[in-house]
Design a protein. Sequence first.
Length: 279
Amino acid sequence: MSYEIYPLVFIYVKSFLLGIIQGITEFLPISSTAHLKVVPYLFGWSDPGVSFSASLQLGSAFAVIYYFRDDITIIVHSLFSIFMHRMPFKDDNTRLVTYIFVANIPIFVFGLLIKLYWQNFSDSNIRGLFSIAIISIVMALLLGFAEIYGKRKKIFADINLRDVILLGMSQSLALFPGVSRSGITLTSALFSGIERKTAARFSFLVGIPAISISGFVELFTIFRTASLIDIVPTIIGIISSFFSSIFAIDVFLRFVAKNNTFVFVYYRLIFGTLILSTL
């Protein structure tokens, strides 16, 4: 089957595969953005672009909402409780809502500043392979240090506002390709002394607003500027991202309940080194 004979089939299959890559790498601490940039490069495909890559995050956002649907239901009820009684720290559920809100302030502020004052950000060298490789190596080392020096004694009830602010500031670094939103928030949580499974669960819930809004904004851009034939691959990618994200969330939470994250440290070190070797 040649690309020339079946160009649409190739585009749809590529979108499906990129959706799977997005879903798996979004919730593992290895950077979905980096893999959506590197994998097409390795296979000789064209760069899927910022809008397409960000749109795929919608599948991941829907997946984490579905996976934690019971928690989300409680969170929504707690949100009403906060507005009605103005008690943001009444119990663990209202504290979780407050913490999610606080943790997302930095990434929205910095994201808006980049949008307003760094207009060529998506085409800058920061999205280049060299930058992604260096960032991957640095993030791997930080996660390794967090595993070594983090005390991992805190459960959710022990998390304080300082931990949340640090995690939120760390999450804003995920605006740069190669950082990994789940990776940097997990690293921050481990440095704060939070035990692994609680850190991973909190990281996933905190990420819902950021990846949802980013995905919707870019999907709106695609719908506004693209034809129907160009929209179909995006929808295919979002669907495959949804199912692979559910798989990744479940596997990762089971994994960190019993294991450390050094396998991802080693992976990112090798990943970054291999990218540098191809340049």
